[in-house]
Design a protein around this ligand. Structure first.
Ligand code: HEM
Length: 495
C-alpha cells in the first residue's frame, strides 16, 4: 500500500469516528433534554423500553416494575415516552370519569383486528358502546340470567365431584374455566359451549387462547408486526394466528346469526342474551351486527380466565390456611344445602366478601400495566410534568402491595377487610377505574360468590392434592396481562 492510500484510509477512519461522535452527542443531548429525563428510573430507560418489553414476553413485567417502584419511588421512567405511577391519589386523577386520560393505542395492538368497548382509545366511540352495553350487565340486568348461571355452577360442582371419584382429585382450574366460559358463552351467543357437559375445551376457545398469545407478542413489538404486514414478510406465528382469527370470526358470525333468527322468530324473551335488547335499536347511535359479534368475542376473552383464575386462586389460598377455611365454612352454615343466589344475598355473609376482596387484592386477575395517554396540555404527576401524548401506566400488582394501605402485603389475610380504611379503598382497583372500569364486574361477583359458597358448602374438607406431582410450584403466577398459574392446573382432594 503506498503512502497516498494509507493517508486516504486514515482520513476515512477519522471521518467515520467524527460522525460516530456527533451521533452519540446528538443522542445524548436529545435524551438529556427529553421531557422525562428528570423522572427517576434506570439509566437505559432514557433510550429504550426494551428491557420492560422482554420482561413482558416472559410473564415477569409486573414484578420488574414493582422492583423499580421500590427502588425509585411512586413514579418511575420505564422508557423514553412512558412512566409508571404507584401513588393511589395520583392514580385517582388518571382514572377519572370526566376529563379522563384515554386508553393508549397499545390496546389496539394487544387486541388487533376489532374495535370494541375494551380496546378503543376513542372517547366518543367508547361512550356509545358503554351506553348501549352496560344495562344488561348491571346487577338488575343480570337477574334474568340467574337460572342459567346457577345451573352452570351446579354442573361445575357436580363435574368436580365426579372427577374426584374417578381420578382421586379434581382439577378445579379446569372446571372453573369451563364454568366461566360456558356462562359468558351462553350470555353472549345464546348457546353454551357445553364444556361443562362434555368435559372438553372446544376449538373456538383454543383459537381464542392462541389469538390472545399473538396479541401479547404483537403488543410487545408492534413496529415489527407492522413492518411484516407492510412488506408481506410473514412472522412465524402470524399465519396460524390469522387462520385462528378467521375461524373465530366465522364461528361468532354463525352463532350470532343463529340466535338473531331465533329472537326474530320467537321474540326477545325466547332466549335472551346480553345483546338481545340492542338487536332492535336501529338508530344511528346503535350497534351493528359486526360490532355485536366483536363484543361477544371480547366478552368471552375478558370474562372467562379472569373470573376462573380468581376462583382457582381463592380456593387454593383458602385451603392452605386452615383458620381461614374453617371460618368461611362455619359462616356458610347459615345457608340451606340447596341455597339459591337470593339466599346468599339475604344472608349477608361478610366473611365471604372479605375472602373475595382479599383474593382480588393478592392475586388480581389483571395485575399488569393499564396504559393511558396524557391528554392535551400535559399533566403534573408526582411533581413532574408529563407532556401530552406520553404514556402513564399503573399496575395493580404494585397498588395492591402498598404497605401503607395493606401492612404485610404478601400475606393472604381476609380479616384485614374487617376494618376497611380509606387508604385501602384508594389503593384497591381489581376491576380498574373511572369510565373504563370493568363492565363485567357484577357478573364476576355473582360467579365468585355463588361458586365459592357452593364449593365450600359441598366440599368443606377440600385440600391440596399431591396426585400426579401437583405442588404449590404449579400455582406460581405467570403475569402477562392476566394472571395464570404456571402449571395450568390445580388438583384438589375434595373429601
Ligand atoms: C374477576 C373477574 C374480572 C376482573 C378482575 C376484571 C378486571 C378488569 C379490569 C382491571 C379492567 C380494566 C382494564 C383496563 O383498564 O385496561 C376490565 C375491563 C373490562 N372487563 Fe373485566 N374483569 C373481570 C371479569 C369480567 C367479565 C366477567 C367480563 C364480561 C363481560 C369482563 C369484561 C370487561 C370489559 C369488556 C372491559 C373493558 C371495559 C371498558 O374499557 O369500558 N370482565 N376488567
Amino acid at each position: 500500500m503506498d503512502v497516498t492510500q494509507e493517508l486516504l484510509k486514515s482520513n476515512h477512519v477519522y471521518t467515520l469516528g467524527a460522525l460516530g461522535l456527533v451521533a452519540i452527542l446528538l443522542l445524548l443531548s436529545s435524551t438529556l433534554s427529553s421531557p422525562l429525563s428528570r423522572v427517576p428510573g434506570p439509566w437505559y430507560t432514557r433510550f429504550t423500553d426494551v428491557v420492560g418489553r422482554l420482561h413482558w414476553m416472559a410473564g415477569r413485567k409486573a414484578p420488574y416494575i414493582h422492583n423499580l417502584h421500590q427502588k425509585y419511588g411512586p413514579i418511575v421512567r420505564v422508557g423514553p415516552r412512558e412512566v409508571y405511577i404507584a401513588d393511589p391519589q395520583v392514580v385517582k386523577s388518571i382514572f377519572k370519569v370526566k376529563n379522563e386520560f384515554p386508553k393508549s393505542r397499545w390496546y389496539l395492538d394487544f387486541v388487533p383486528f376489532t374495535i370494541t368497548v375494551f380496546n378503543t382509545p376513542d372517547i366518543p366511540t367508547h361512550r356509545r358502546f358503554r351506553r348501549l352495553l352496560s344495562a344488561p350487565l348491571s346487577e338488575s340486568g343480570l337477574k334474568e340470567f340467574m337460572p342459567q348461571i346457577e345451573q352452570k355452577v351446579n354442573l361445575a360442582i357436580q363435574g368436580m365431584a365426579e372427577e374426584h371419584k374417578t381420578r382421586g382429585a379434581a382439577d378445579i382450574y379446569k372446571w372453573w374455566l369451563y364454568l366461566t366460559t360456558d356462562v359468558i358463552g351462553e350470555l353472549s351467543f345464546g348457546e353454551s359451549f357445553r364444556m361443562l357437559e362434555t368435559n372438553k375445551i372446544n376449538q373456538y376457545i383454543t383459537d381464542l387462547q392462541g389469538a390472545g398469545k399473538f396479541g401479547s407478542y404483537r403488543s410487545a413489538f408492534p413496529s415489527l408486526f407492522r413492518f411484516s404486514y407492510r412488506f408481506g414478510i410473514p412472522l412465524p406465528m402470524s399465519s396460524a394466528a390469522q387462520a385462528a382469527v378467521r375461524r373465530i370470526r366465522m364461528y361468532a358470525d354463525e352463532s350470532i346469526s343463529r340466535h338473531r333468527a331465533i329472537v326474530e322468530r320467537e321474540g326477545p324473551d325466547s332466549r335472551p342474551t346480553v345483546f338481545t335488547k340492542v338487536y332492535k335499536a336501529e338508530d344511528e347511535a346503535s350497534i351493528t351486527q359486526d360490532e355485536i359479534r366483536d363484543h361477544a368475542q371480547a366478552y368471552i376473552v375478558a370474562g372467562s380466565d379472569t373470573t376462573s383464575n380468581t376462583l382457582t386462586y381463592l380456593v387454593w389460598a383458602v385451603c392452605r390456611n386452615s383458620k381461614v377455611k374453617s371460618r368461611l365454612v362455619k359462616e356458610l352454615e347459615v345457608l340451606p344445602d340447596d341455597f339459591a343466589y337470593e339466599d346468599l344475598q339475604q344472608a349477608h355473609i361478610s366473611y365471604l366478601e372479605h375472602v373475595i376482596d382479599e383474593v382480588l387484592r393478592r392475586f388480581p386477575a389483571a395485575p399488569s400495566g393499564l396504559p393511558r395517554e396524557v391528554p392535551q396540555g400535559g399533566a403534573e404527576l408526582c411533581g413532574y410534568h408529563i407532556p401530552a401524548g406520553y404514556t402513564v401506566t399503573t399496575q395493580n400488582y404494585s397498588l395492591h402491595r402498598d404497605p401503607d394501605a395493606f401492612p404485610d402485603p404478601e400475606k393472604f389475610d381476609p380479616s384485614r377487610w374487617e376494618n376497611t380504611t380509606q387508604a385501602m379503598k384508594d389503593a384497591f382497583l381489581p376491576f380498574g377505574g373511572g369510565s373504563r372500569v370493568c363492565i363485567g364486574l357484577h357478573l364476576a361477583k355473582i360467579e365468585l360468590r355463588l361458586g365459592v359458597a357452593r364449593f365450600f358448602k359441598k366440599f368443606p374438607n377440600a385440600k391440596m392434592s399431591s396426585l400426579e406431582g401437583m405442588t404449590d410450584e404449579d400455582m406460581v403466577p405467570k403475569l402477562f396481562f392476566l394472571i395464570n398459574p404456571q402449571g395450568h392446573r390445580c388438583l384438589m382432594e375434595l373429601e
